[in-house]
Design a protein. Sequence first.
Lengths: 223, 369
Amino acid sequence: MYTLLGLIAWLCLAGCASEKSLLVEGIKYFDGEMPADFSGFWVRDYARSDNINKVFQNATYELARKRGANGPAGPMASERDMSRLIPLARLVELITRTDELTISQTEYEILIERRDDFALMCAFFDGIAKPTDNAFGKESCGWDGNRLVSVTDFPDGLRVVHRFQTSEDRKQLRVITTASSDTSPVPFTLRHFYWRVQKVPGKFECIETLSMKRVCSTGELEL
Amino acid sequence: MVSVKSRVALLTLAVLVVAATAFEAAARAATPVPASSDGSVLNVTIPVFDPGIPADPSVFRDLQVFPRIRQIEAMLMPFLLRETLVKSGRWGAVRVTTKPDDAEELQIFGTIVRSDGDWLELRVRAVDATGSTWLDKIFSSEASDETAASHRDRGTPEFQAIYDDVANELTALRARLDEATVANIKGTSLMRYAAVLAPSAFSDYLEQNDDGTFRLLRLPARNDPMLIRIETVRNTEFLITDTVDARFRAFNKDLARTYRVWRQYRRKVADYEAWNTNFAAAGPGDAERGSWESIKHQYDAYKYDRLTAQERDRLAVAFNNEVATTVDAMEARVAELNGWVEQGYPEWSRLLEGLYEIETPLPDTGAER
């Protein structure tokens, strides 16, 4: 019993520590250019991405197995565990539902635009991450090698972590999203894969303006 | 021989000055004003304000500083102060310039401390030609829709209260000066200008104190030929400055409309922010901690706030896009005019120094006897 508890505690500590050590404020993650370039327009590869129902089933099975909770057809999570895990799974489903990502990257920041959600922003000045925070949460970023890690902490113990990594040829992008909370026995993680798509240049060049909204032209814009 | 040299130098100087005048013959709204103000009124120069952009770009977002917009505000705001001072009728020529003019009778420097559409804080410093600081303080004001409605064609009329306060304080400070002090400021102004342009002839008229202020020791005769030339050059420079000023005014009018739209959006964003705060404060109701309702509420409170901040950034980009052409054209024109003055200045200085040398008789040492 003590061995099992010790193992769980160790696993939790190892997981927590690895994330925390990545995101210590003031750490200089890199010199010069950012470790990876994520810029581009990305569309979801449904064939390789996780199916949320399967992931949820696996998570509850593992949880039940760890707890030794068996039902008639094998390990079965308790109603209480399920009711704690379901909200996290729903949240991950909600925030990963976008099938397109538009990522822009400058010398200082990476902006990950997602449809129907706010854009994740990672700003680095001289290689040091600049967190984005408001009264309702805090977004911190860091690098794990060439993987970009974005962590959003919410006031009530809720945490959402996104890990971004491109393939060597920069044609594919993997995004691992994890939601955790001290109210849930285990975190919930979902992996999605994206293909980089070269957008065909349109016939028009458009810019946003204040008073005229979107202004498009066939040539260079002269306001 | 000396006379021929002198004539050549005079002719060259005249050609340069005439060229300067001709250069901006099409100066349209430019109004030349005498080098030194007459009577008891003081000329005022307002250099383009310091936009107050922090050196560290990592704090821009936290402080809601949009550098390009700040730079535009720094060019627009001096005009409102200028118009307010002109309207008061207490001052001579009031000019907005791209650079400080340390020899001006009175200079007013402004730094934008805070400008978020609803609130404006300006640090204003006024220094006269002797180097004496009249005032150095922060003025602040909340936007007023009333003044905005009555000055629709101007850049930031919502903050007219600030410009009125500055003008009133300056007028009160001016009223405390006696005529001798005002005459001293005017004389110092002219001699500082002259000493830079023709140091051999005029550097002895001034003395700089340890604290950096200037003391006027004496003045040349009003009909001193060198002084008359200096005044001619200064008037020429003012003509160009007034042309730049006129350009700025046109620019101000062009940008005012877009700036007003920007301010309206900023206010809308402020409304969204208030809504976000209320939403977050309302909480998830009776939902249990860790429940879907509770988690969703936490996520949404953060999400709405981030979306609002990102909308604000998007609007700043839209503003920059809309005004880019006007600002670029304006900056190119001002650079052209300033470049002309900067190139002409050393030439004027060289000619004036040459004339002074030619016209100053050598001390009679008796060596050639």
